[in-house]
Design a protein around this ligand. Structure first.
Ligand code: G4P
Length: 518
């Protein structure tokens, strides 16, 4: 096997799955691992139980220790392709981490529930992908259930996401009437068979030539006519798949299927291998990359932290010393690699790979690392928090300690802290509600401070930038709502989306931003 970073990068696909809770992300992940041969059916069922248990264990730890600890990366191979699937926590543990993980992905699969279409969390995550122009592959899941009309689903993608949907398959019916799908490029039909209880689900079904005789055995004459008409309309009315447009973030190839019934998953995985982008190899030959996530206490017995480092260039080897752009050195003795069910020591890694670097606080979210220490990647963005709470410490003499604790935790990137220009309160922002429980417990345990979070009048924050005189005018007018973040950047705390819009309109020359690029 080659160890040339360019060749190795070309066969890697580093991607994430974005979806609204319940659309089927967990099921699809499992079926992708199965399709990729990373787990086996018997193992999968067991793994599922284990995964559940692990997840809830981690949840408990998350509650006790305050960290997002779901399996963050899964690496598996299929054919000549190496897939790195990044987990974007989406349920109770939805947090800024979820957004930031997307900065380490080269593409994303957007899973839609065929009966529901685009839902709020899909939209939020999509917007983060759009910020970076990450190409999106769409998987319309749960076709074995009563679904919306496929044209309505594609219209929704077009109208709400401003993406051109290019269906690669066309479904025949849905729910009880679901019979399979037509490959629009080869004109072959993939039959869906509803498995009997206990039977292996859709292990491998034969493709049927659409023009041939056996196609009429696969479905009723009515459904066949419907499929022909639908496919015809889709071919005429919708753009054909254009890889360049997909890579540019303007078009999304659309797959249909049922993750639960393992139908359409192999096609999706093959599509990712064929069309999704390989990592762009950085301009330098040396090993470089960035830390996009810190997971504390993966092993609760030790006070450890693991930095998730995405390699961007070079060939990483175990034992290397990497330096941050600020000059800190870290010797990577025990880099972790994350397989479907195991963690292993990584002996080497290539662009697109993610390795876990155990450390005791030397690494921060957003750090660039390289052999020379001279590579600096654009910092990871901060996203405007969606929940803002006032934080108070019960012992008023501990105010300074509180500030230090909150700022240290903000460094980990799961919460943000704002100091209003007036008063002694600290305002803490997060993307998910769970983060506040987690913070309270961590502050108690790690800093011995008893804090309370109380609701604040604020709904969201915007970073502001502009000419000095315009900013001064803004501060003059809205001083009680102005604050600074940990890096002393100026922030406007808004009471509602409407108010933010209003103040924005009244403040000529000031840019309001929901994302802080660094
Ligand atoms: P999530 O991670 O996006 O939240 O979704 P998850 O995979 O947990 O799936 C949510 C529910 O939808 C699960 O049912 C799952 O079995 C079901 N599901 C996923 N894909 C399909 C599909 O293609 N067809 C059908 N019919 N159902 C699907 P549940 O009852 O909540 O959980 P479970 O007890 O069945 O595991």
């Amino acid at each position: 096997m080659s160890s040339d970073p360019i060749t190795e990068a070309a066969r890697r696909r580093t991607f994430a799955i974005i979806s609204h809770p319940d659309a089927g992300k967990t099921t699809l992940t499992e079926m992708l691992l199965l399709a990729g041969g990373a787990i086996h059916l018997a193992g999968a069922v067991r793994a599922r139980g284990e995964q559940r248990r692990t997840r809830s264990d981690w949840m408990k730890i998350e509650r006790e220790r305050g960290i997002s600890v779901s399996a963050s990366v899964m690496t598996f191979g299929s054919g000549d392709t190496v897939f790195n699937l990044l987990d974007t926590p989406g349920h109770e543990d939805f947090s800024e981490d979820t957004y930031r993980t997307l900065t380490a992905a080269d593409s994303a699969i957007m899973v839609l529930d065929a009966a529901k279409g685009i839902e709020p969390q899909t939209l939020k995550l999509f917007e983060v992908c759009r910020l970076r122009d990450i190409p999106i592959t769409t998987f319309i899941n749960k076709m074995d259930r009563e679904a919306l009309d496929p044209f309505a689903l594609l219209d929704e993608i077009h109208n709400r996401l401003a993406l051109d949907p290019a269906p690669l398959y066309w479904p025949a019916g849905s729910g009880q009437r679901f019979r399979g799908m037509l490959d629009l490029r080869t004109d072959e039909f993939l039959p869906f068979t509803r498995p009997e209880a206990g039977e292996e689900e859709n292990a491998e079904s034969e493709r049927i030539a659409f023009g041939g005789n056996s196609i009429s055995d696969a479905m009723s004459a009515d459904l066949l006519a419907e499929l022909k008409e639908g496919a015809e309309l889709a071919r005429m009315g919708l753009p054909a798949f254009d890889r360049e447009a997909f890579l540019g973030g303007h078009m999304t190839p659309v797959y249909f299927g049922s993750a639960l019934r393992r139908f359409g998953v192999r096609e999706l995985l093959a599509g990712i291998a064929a069309d999704a982008p390989a990592p762009k190899v950085g301009g330098t030959k040396e090993v470089s990359g960035f830390v996009f996530k810190i997971q504390a206490n993966m092993d609760p017995k030790h006070r450890d932290r693991v930095g998730f480092f995405r390699v961007s260039s070079g060939r990483f080897e175990r034992g290397m010393t990497l330096k941050t752009a600020t000059g800190k050195s870290i010797n990577v003795h025990n880099p972790m690699m994350f397989l479907a069910q195991d963690r292993e020591i990584a002996d080497e890694a290539f662009p697109g790979d993610i390795i876990g670097i155990p450390n005791r606080g030397a690494l921060r979210v957003g750090d660039s690392l390289s052999e020379s220490g001279s590579v600096a990647y654009q910092g990871l963005p901060n996203f405007a928090p969606e929940i803002l709470m006032r934080c108070r410490v019960r012992d008023p003499l501990k105010q300074k300690h509180l500030r230090r604790a909150l700022e240290a935790l903000a460094d980990e990137g799961i919460s943000q802290v704002f100091r209003p220009l007036i008063g002694a309160d600290m305002i803490v922002g997060a993307v998910g509600a769970l983060q506040f429980d987690v913070l309270k417990e961590r502050i108690a345990e790690e800093y011995q401070l008893d804090v309370v979070f109380e609701s604040s009048p604020y709904d969201s924050a915007r970073w502001v930038a502009g000419e000095k005189k315009d900013l001064e005018a803004l501060v003059e007018r809205y001083r009680p709502q102005m604050a600074q973040d940990v890096e002393d950047a100026l922030v406007f705390l808004g009471k509602s989306a409407w108010e933010i819009g209003y103040v924005q309109e009244k403040s000529a020359g000031v840019r309001f931003s929901a994302v802080k690029e660094r």
